[in-house]
Design a binder for this molecule. Structure first.
Ligand SMILES: CC(=O)SCCNC(=O)CCNC(=O)[C@H](O)C(C)(C)COP(=O)(O)OP(=O)(O)OC[C@H]1O[C@@H](n2cnc3c(N)ncnc32)[C@H](O)[C@@H]1OP(=O)(O)O
Ligand SMILES: CC(=O)CC(=O)O
Length: 284
């Protein structure tokens, strides 16, 4: 039996959030509906953040209302605070994600508060989600390098990971937001985090800015990670992380995992069509 690796598709959220053209809601829904037939178990499609900060995600409730929900697929949404959580719950997101940072500079630029203040905002979100039976995923951005503060100390990532674990996140996704990781720096960061959180509750989230995302995924596989975030067509970036190029492309991760002998359960032909659709959305 081949070892199984899950790809968590984030294209409709992380992929599209940075696109300059306001993509019509119908196009987003069509992309999600296609991806829903590819075999993903989780797809991140929405973000209940300030529409002034991220205008592209302003139609998140309409996207959640318009998709055809595929049984067995969980549709996820980012929720930075209680207001975001209430929006996601009303729109029937199947799971939510809180998103913190390992670096103070990025925390301030992205969510307008310190790391500690962001964790204070997340606490009621996690409590409410627990009461509602909605799973919460946690992100940590800038786990390797920060566009404002420079290299990130692995111990800082481990500290935030422990806090997200204590808040009840079922999984913590480690974001190399500006794609500067190398296999050796990724391994050093993971060794620190693994002191606090087991590999079974971690995911890798690599941007391909420097073309090393696949090598960084391989380094993470060696340390036991079996979930990786990716975006069809390599879409993506963060409006508050200068230099953050696209997420690692889902089709490239699926191909590399197949070459390495891992099963993903994905239909690569559907993913290829999703990648084409994503590229057309970007080119329009
Ligand atoms: C690496 C990544 O890709 S992470 C994802 C990309 N980054 C993001 O999505 C971060 C976006 N950031 C934000 O939306 C903001 O920084 C916030 C909402 C998290 C915090 O902003 P703050 O200014 O500290 O919040 P504050 O509570 O003072 O509200 C500011 C404004 O946002 C609105 N707001 C606050 N929370 C939300 C929310 N969840 N949804 C919609 N609007 C909101 C407020 O009503 C207020 O509106 P106004 O400007 O019309 O008066
Ligand atoms: C929240 C994210 O999208 C993670 C990251 O890229 O830092």
């Amino acid at each position: 039996m081949p070892d199984t690796v899950e790809i968590f598709e984030v294209g409709p959220r992380d992929g599209l959030q940075n696109e300059k053209r306001q993509i019509p809601t119908a196009e987003k829904i069509a992309l999600v509906d296609l991806l829903s037939t590819a075999g993903f178990r989780r797809i991140e499609i929405a973000s209940f953040v300030s529409p002034r900060w991220v205008p592209q995600m302003a139609d998140s409730a309409e996207v959640l209302a318009g998709i055809t929900r595929m049984p067995g697929v969980r549709y996820a949404a980012l929720t930075p605070n209680m207001r975001g959580y209430e929006g996601a719950r009303a729109a029937r997101a199947d799971e939510v994600a809180i998103f913190g940072s390992a670096s103070e500079g990025f925390s301030r630029a992205n969510v307008n508060c310190s790391i500690e203040e962001s964790l204070e905002r997340f606490a009621p979100v996690c409590a409410a989600a627990r009461a509602d039976g909605i799973p919460v995923r946690g992100y940590i951005s800038c786990v390797i390098d920060c566009p404002y503060d420079g290299p990130t100390d692995p111990a800082a990532v481990a500290r935030v990971a422990a806090r997200l674990r204590d808040l009840g996140c079922y999984e913590i996704s480690l974001g190399d937001t500006i794609g500067q990781g190398r296999p050796e720096t990724v391994a050093a960061m993971l060794r620190a985090v693994l002191q606090e959180v087991p590999a079974a509750r971690l995911a890798g989230h690599f941007h391909d800015t420097a073309g090393r995302a696949l090598a960084n995924i391989e380094a993470s596989l060696e340390l036991g990670l079996r979930v990786f975030d990716a975006a069809v067509g390599g879409l993506g970036g963060c409006p508050y992380a200068p230099g953050a190029a696209g997420n690692v492309a889902t089709e490239a991760v699926a191909a590399r995992l197949a070459d390495l002998g891992y099963a993903t359960g994905l239909d690569r032909e559907v993913i290829a069509r999703g990648a084409e659709m994503a590229r057309a959305m970007r080119a329009a």
